[in-house]
Design a protein around this ligand. Structure first.
Ligand SMILES: [Zn+2]
Ligand SMILES: [Zn+2]
Length: 805
């Protein structure tokens, strides 16, 4: 039943042998050095061996949560790749295949000598080269395999947790010899299985153990994608040390973090949601089943702010002149890939004093230990769950902070600070309990390659969401999308990364619902707005389907093999590194249309009450498509299912290219209806939000893009009538396309500005500029690229370079 680990160039290998050992907690202790662009320090892994958490067989096609006694959850940091803009521009003239969009760095990934290698060791006791086979070692030593890439591993050692004062209480057999492996492993086993209501004590002991002295160096070796550790004579996972400390350094070119400068010109570094996730930030177990908690101490110069996926709103501690330390932790186990960190000179944006009165109340929920008792209702592994905390379940708005570069402070005050409470409260009214206790929102540097990204306790937003006269609309919808990921993507993760639609389809569908609620629209207004957005998405999806390979249009590409892993727990994510994928929105759009179709079939009220039940059942766990579909269909009386079955949905929606015909008719009707954007009649309340629907403008401009010719006079009057330069980034994007398409030279300056300030969306424009074969446009593209390239996100820069040269 083993799958063959034979990744092609664009597949992403997950090599950690999670079937043998699972990391349960990471303790990171890191220094961030902007001078050398290196993060250096230690990570301590607390492990549990396979005998304790699983039955012998691992591969399974069952829909039940993994065959362990615990359930897991997972999410891949999603860089919402250039969301709702269009694949259209990109594809309208040049088919995907017409030029290579794989960046050079990506090509290197399969190359052993490429720059994705881990540093070949000179120091350490690294010795013989191992093969990566971790399955059957016969009489050889057990190998712990971690996912790791672009890291310089300096030393690996066993941690003597028995040396921690007071730790004796964790030993069940007091007569064990002090200093024995068995004793140390028993202590850790007790520690990792402590009940949820003792989480503070557990966290504290993790911290103390992580600082305990070493008791013997371990052999290690690295290759392109992994770090392998062994202890001489330890032949099974049970004999292998359960607490391991790794000394390591990141590399400036490592792809998990980006070193850049913010909009005020000051240095910063942050995780970008790279396809390789965090394995170039710390050695870890990438497979979704490896759900763990973490804590991290990060030191940086005192002028920097450290933000992180942590449930505490950390404040800095000065540890010496000019240097501060920040400590964060989480108690909800999550995949290591969801960990996010950002270090920069950002300021916290506070509300203006006068406006604070109308902000909804948001008292933090007291986290007294007694509040959290898993009474066996939740289906996940034990942790202090908010769904079990009466105060938390009724909290509409969770505590939140906003960070941004100084120069964007005002923009944040006008938009973000106003929107966050209403979006959070809208989300609560639709789905109930917020799975996370607090939220930081960071306005990321201009080179961030998408409009937003959600991670536990922290959301990254692009500056492009803050601009334009109707900025509340773009900012609000994007915020709602990222907030929705707290439920779909984070609290409920896909068990198999190829089923990305389980987070993106849901977040896209929910963003409209949350946003309508946040604006307090009437049911009719909400429906009108949602249908307009459906129409836009339909347009985009059609275009993407026309211009992408059929293979890439399938939402469940591994079909019945979805969720399979090898005997060791390793697997390969098909197309996980395919650079074409970052341009594809099929998981967002097709997933959205499937959910829209299901919600229509059931009726909104039934669908959303089902969704709340689903969240209650599956939060804290990993799911496959069938978990959702089965539970949904079971909740509908047979006579109302109208022939729908899990199999038919698989066949029509998830395992085929294109899109089922039944929805085409309905959607093309909306297109007819919206052929001319209607002026919208709005009541007084409209002042709070946009005066003119930006979505309507987008649709109008997209329609105009289909025209063969538009005279400069028409374009000038279009610009004047709609004040296009003042519109949000989505609208300006279409406007720039029109400028390029019709060689409207008078407005080339606006294209240049867009390419500099809206890098998350501008990448397609480079393609448009080049494909025109117009010398002046090509010159413009090259000039802008030269200006932006140094600060640009690496993979975007590579893609653009391919287009230009
Ligand atoms: Zn998303
Ligand atoms: Zn729970």
């Amino acid at each position: 039943m083993d799958i063959t680990l034979d990744p092609s160039r664009d597949d992403l290998p997950l090599l950690a042998n999670t079937s043998h050992m699972l990391v349960r907690h990471y303790a990171l202790d890191l220094d961030v050095d902007f001078e050398s662009q290196v993060i250096e320090g230690t990570i301590v892994l607390f492990l549990e061996d396979g005998n304790r958490f699983k039955k012998p067989s691992h591969s399974s096609t069952e829909t039940c949560p993994l065959e362990s006694n615990e359930a897991f959850n997972f999410r891949m940091p999603e860089p919402c790749p250039v969301p709702v803009t269009n694949a259209r521009t990109f594809s309208s003239k040049m088919a995907y295949n017409d030029f290579t969009i794989c960046g050079k760095g990506e090509k290197d990934t399969s190359d052993k000598d490429g720059n994705h290698d881990n540093w070949e060791q000179a120091s350490g006791i690294s010795s013989s080269k191992y093969c990566c086979d971790t399955g059957d070692h016969g009489s050889e030593d057990f190998l712990l395999v971690l996912d790791c890439c672009d890291l310089s591993v300096l030393k690996v050692e066993e941690v003597d947790v028995a040396a921690v004062p007071g730790i004796e209480k964790f030993t069940r057999s007091p007569r064990l010899t002090v200093g024995s492996e068995v004793l140390r492993n028993e202590i850790i086993q007790e520690l990792v299985t402590m009940p949820a209501d003792r989480w503070r004590e557990q966290l504290d002991y993790y911290a103390r153990c992580s600082q305990a002295p070493g008791c013997g160096e371990l052999f290690f070796d690295t290759d392109t994608w992994s770090l392998q550790i062994r202890k001489k004579g330890a032949q099974t996972a049970t004999d292998f040390p359960h607490a391991v400390r790794i000394w390591y350094k990141t590399k400036p070119e490592g792809r998990s973090v980006t070193w850049t400068s913010d909009q005020s010109g000051r240095p910063c570094v942050y995780t970008i949601g790279s396809p390789i996730n965090n394995r170039a930030l710390f050695p870890c177990q990438e497979p979704p089943v490896a759900m763990s908690t973490w804590q991290a101490t990060v030191r940086a110069a005192a002028s920097f702010v450290v933000l992180m996926s942590g449930e505490n709103s950390a404040k800095p501690t000065q540890i010496r002149e000019g240097c501060s330390s920040w400590h964060y932790y989480v108690t909800m186990p999550m995949p290591a890939s969801t960990f996010t960190v950002a270090v920069g000179c950002w300021t916290e944006v506070m509300p203006e004093p006068c406006s604070s009165d109308d902000r909804p109340s948001e008292r933090p929920v007291p986290s007294s230990q007694a509040d959290f008792r898993c009474v066996g209702v939740c289906g996940h592994m034990e942790y202090p769950c908010r769904f079990q905390n009466a105060t938390a379940t009724t909290q509409e708005v969770i505590p939140h902070r906003v960070f941004a570069p100084v120069c964007l402070k005002d923009a944040c005050q006008e938009t973000l600070l106003r929107l966050i409470p209403s979006c959070l409260s809208a989300a609560h009214s639709v789905l109930g309990t917020h799975p996370f206790s607090r939220l930081d929102v960071l306005v990321v540097p201009a080179n961030f390659p998408s409009l937003g990204m959600a991670s536990p306790h922290i959301i990254f937003l692009s500056q492009s969401t803050l601009t334009g006269s109707s900025h509340l609309h773009l900012c609000g919808t994007r915020l709602c999308h990222e907030i929705a990921h707290a439920w779909f993507g984070l609290a409920i993760g896909a068990r198999d990364w190829t089923e990305e639609w389980l987070s993106e389809g849901f977040a896209t569908h929910l963003e409209d619902v949350f946003w309508a609620e946040a604006q307090q629209l009437s049911p009719d207004e909400a429906q009108e707005q949602q249908e307009l957005r459906a129409c836009l998405r339909w347009h985009r999806l059609q275009d993407e389907l026309r211009n992408s390979s059929e293979e890439m249009q399938v939402l469940r590409p591994s079909k019945e093999k979805t969720g399979h892993v090898s005997e060791s727990g390793a697997s390969v994510i098909k197309h996980g590194l395919n650079p074409e994928k970052i341009f594809m929105q099929v998981h967002y759009l097709k997933g959205y249309f499937l959910l829209r179709f299901l919600a229509k079939r059931l009726g909104d009220e039934t669908y959303f009450s089902f969704l709340r039940k689903f969240v209650y059942t599956f939060h804290g766990q990993l799911i496959l498509s069938q978990d959702f579909l089965q539970m949904l269909l079971e909740s509908i009386p047979e006579e109302k299912r109208l022939g729908l079955s899990v199999e038919s949905i698989f066949q029509d929606w998830l395992e085929s290219s294109g899109i089922p015909q039944q929805t085409c008719g309905a959607v093309s009707k909306w297109i007819q209806v919206n052929r001319r954007p209607r002026k919208r009649k709005r009541g007084e309340r409209a002042v709070v939000f946009e005066k003119l629907l930006p979505d309507q403008l987008v649709l109008l401009l997209e329609r105009l893009l289909e025209q063969q010719t538009l005279s400069p006079r028409t374009l000038r009057s279009l610009h004047r009538t709609y004040r296009l330069q003042e519109q949000d980034a989505e609208v300006r994007h279409r406007w720039c396309e029109l400028i390029v398409r019709h060689k409207f030279t008078a407005a080339y300056g606006q294209v240049e500005r867009f390419l500099q300030e809206d890098q998350a969306m501008g990448i397609y424009l480079y393609g448009e500029l080049m494909v025109s074969e117009d010398a002046r446009q090509q010159q413009l593209a090259r000039r802008c690229f030269e200006l932006a390239r140094g600060r640009m996100d690496k993979s975007s820069a590579e893609v653009v370079a391919e287009m230009l040269f």
